[in-house]
Design a protein around this ligand. Structure first.
Ligand code: GRF
Length: 193
């Protein structure tokens, strides 16, 4: 598991690409006394990501690199993370796949949240696939990131029931509400709190 060093909070970066509702829930959690993390940096590959507004609202440093040249962006990002002494990374709706080289540099220190009950439905369109398969349940998973997409060790999952007349939109909304709860819980869990 991840080791907490000393009494100060774990310096954490959150990577986003869009709305940033998980980012918001992580920021709120980080400000509670029970939180082992403090969010020191927000990164986005998308300059239009709505979630970037939380950097301003909560006075957190942010940076955008478009990942068009992935190697360049990742190297730049790695040097920023180093300068800021970032210890763990939470991916929260980050839509780029990090290279093995990047992941190795933060081995066992990158978490992701995914809107399905992994190992079911890795990748995109998870709601649609669950509905098409007439699954009774879907849910969300917090997992460690390794070199294979959505395949790292699972930290925590939450099931939600798929009801009659469920749509992609209604299912996404239900799952997202649970995501906001389990990401903080998963962080407590990896620090044995
Ligand atoms: C969430 O459903 C998350 O599971 C997926 O992308 C979505 C991000 O939502 N990886 P938000 O940007 O945190 O609102």
């Amino acid at each position: 598991m991840v080791q907490s060093t000393g009494s100060s909070k774990i310096r954490t970066a959150v990577f986003i690409s869009g709305t940033g509702s998980n980012l918001k829930s992580l920021i709120k959690f980080s400000k509670t006394s029970k939180s082992p993390i403090s969010i020191e940096f927000i990164f986005s590959n998308n300059s239009k990501a709505k979630g970037l507004n939380y950097a301003k609202i909560y006075k957190i440093k942010k940076r955008v690199l478009n990942f068009k040249n992935k190697n360049f962006s990742e190297n730049k990002l790695l040097s920023i993370l180093k300068k800021k002494n970032i210890e763990i990374i939470c991916l929260a709706g980050f839509m780029k796949i990090l290279s093995n080289n990047f992941i190795k540099k933060f081995k066992g220190k990158i978490l992701n949240i995914h809107p399905s009950l992994l190992p079911k439905y890795k990748g995109l369109n998870t709601y649609k696939r669950a509905l098409n398969n007439k699954d009774q349940y879907s849910g969300c998973t917090v997992h460690f990131v390794n070199s294979k997409l959505d395949s790292g060790k699972i930290v925590l999952q939450k099931k939600v029931k798929i009801t009659k007349n469920e749509t992609e939109t209604s299912l996404a909304k239900k799952i997202l509400a649970q995501e906001h709860k389990i990401y903080p819980k998963a962080i407590l869990k990896i620090f044995n709190l």
